[in-house]
Design a protein around this ligand. Structure first.
Ligand SMILES: *[C@@H]1O[C@H](CO)[C@@H](O)[C@H](O)[C@H]1NC(C)=O
Ligand SMILES: *[C@@H]1O[C@H](CO)[C@@H](O)[C@H](O)[C@H]1NC(C)=O
Ligand SMILES: *[C@@H]1O[C@H](CO)[C@@H](O)[C@H](O)[C@H]1NC(C)=O
Ligand SMILES: *[C@@H]1O[C@H](CO)[C@@H](O)[C@H](O)[C@H]1NC(C)=O
Length: 373
């Protein structure tokens, strides 16, 4: 009864580890809605024509004579200028004392240099959720110390030119960007975050040198664009690389080799199949979190023993062999904690697998807290 005892001890081990098997609930059939006479609430349509924009809302009286009428100037925060949510169409004249400028959720369509003539101390600008389709190059000559520029959710068709080299964060997500002028990010050695999420960027818009100068970049978000290839020239400093919702079908061998800090990779919703994933391409010792859900993989890729989270849900995986996917030799001495794979979370639902999880998977990944199949 040797096999039987082995099985029993494996089972006991599995119980001790407290692995959570989660069987995903089948989506419920939509039940018919009860007939109702009440009509759904009609939400206010977003105004299209400038003549439809509601009138600007004026701020409270201010102790600062230079406080623009549409803004709020807090006596306790003289460096902040709060002009958000006020139906503003034109940026008011920014007082010299301003370091933090809040202009989000308005109807601004253009950013010109005039309001910034005296705003040389501005560090943060939030212009999110406006109607901006143009930012004058000259604006940035006026704000040489700018650190954060947030322009997400606007109507930009290209990355603005002449951005200051002092920038640390740029958010340009949810625009219509399909053009990155050459040198757009040159000399930005302090930039840590570049968010280009949800635009219309394709492979030809990204040159080998687009990101070349970004020696401090930690997060690059190119999710939800039109990429078919992995972006070239990603700086070696990058920790988080987000590429979900593109059409990527191939990863070059050694693609991750120079990315010696890379810890988080998201490639959910792409077109990766086994052929486009070279063996061992994800065997990267710095990776902690790898997300490959909603692709077309039929096998579990080779992973590194340091990986903690792996998302493989909604692929076409038919079987897993714990002996093959185990980053370490199952027969080796498992009492050494350093030789145990660190995988804690594994998603395999939406594949062609059904429980139970093979025992060799359980035997290998002893730190697993949760596995969804
Ligand atoms: C610019 O700021 C300086 C310093 O606060 C001030 O003296 C000057 O009047 C300002 N100029 C304009 C055009 O607002
Ligand atoms: C980058 O940051 C360093 C340290 O804060 C600073 O000295 C330097 O001037 C910055 N570079 C630019 C181009 O602003
Ligand atoms: C994964 O990479 C490590 C080095 O980091 C290597 O020792 C190991 O053999 C590789 N695993 C596979 C299955 O190729
Ligand atoms: C898993 O792979 C190992 C090594 O390649 C092999 O010996 C074993 O038979 C496989 N297990 C199953 C259930 O296919």
């Amino acid at each position: 009864m040797k096999a039987g005892t082995g099985l029993l001890s494996a089972l006991a081990l599995f119980l001790l580890m407290g692995v959570v098997f989660t069987q995903r609930a089948r989506p419920k059939k939509p039940t018919k809605r009860p007939a109702t006479t009440r009509r759904p609430p009609v939400s206010q349509p977003e105004p299209v024509e400038p003549t439809d924009f509601p009138p600007p809302i004026l701020g409270p009286p201010s102790i600062f004579p230079d406080c623009p009428r549409e803004c709020f100037c807090s006596p306790s925060y003289p460096n902040s200028l709060n002009c958000e949510n006020r139906n503003i169409r034109n940026i008011p004249v920014i007082p010299f004392r301003t370091h933090y400028l809040y202009l989000q959720n308005n109807y601004i369509s253009e950013v010109t240099a005039e309001p910034f003539l005296n705003a040389t101390e501005v560090r943060w600008v939030n212009l999110a959720n406006n109607r901006i389709h143009r930012i004058d190059k000259q604006v940035f000559n006026k704000v040489p110390a700018l650190l954060y520029l947030y322009v997400q959710q606007n109507q930009l068709k290209e990355v603005p030119s002449g951005l200051p080299t002092s920038l640390e964060q740029i958010r340009l997500g949810r625009n219509r960007i399909s053009k990155i002028p050459s040198g757009a990010f040159s000399n930005m050695g302090n930039l840590t975050l570049l968010d280009l999420y949800y635009n219309q960027i394709s492979d030809s818009d990204l040159g080998k040198n687009t990101f070349k100068d970004l020696k401090s970049l930690m997060q690059l978000n190119l999710a939800h664009n039109n990429l078919k290839k992995m972006p070239a020239g990603v700086p070696g400093s990058v920790i988080q690389l987000f590429l979900d919702k593109n059409r990527i079908d191939d990863i070059p061998k050694n693609y991750f080799e120079g990315l010696v800090h890379l810890a988080f990779v998201r490639l959910n919703y792409n077109q990766l199949n086994d052929k486009g994933v070279p063996k061992g391409v994800f065997n990267v010792s710095t990776l902690l979190d790898l997300q490959l859900s909603h692709n077309q993989l039929t096998t579990v890729p080779v992973i590194n023993g340091h990986l903690e989270h792996l998302h493989l849900n909604h692929n076409s995986i038919e079987s897993i062999n714990g002996t093959q996917i185990c980053p370490f030799n199952l027969q080796a001495d498992m009492s050494d904690q350093n030789l145990l794979p660190r995988l804690r979370y594994l998603r395999l639902d939406g594949n062609h697998l059904s429980p139970p999880i093979p025992l060799d998977v359980i035997m290998c990944f002893r730190h697993l807290h949760s596995i969804v199949i």
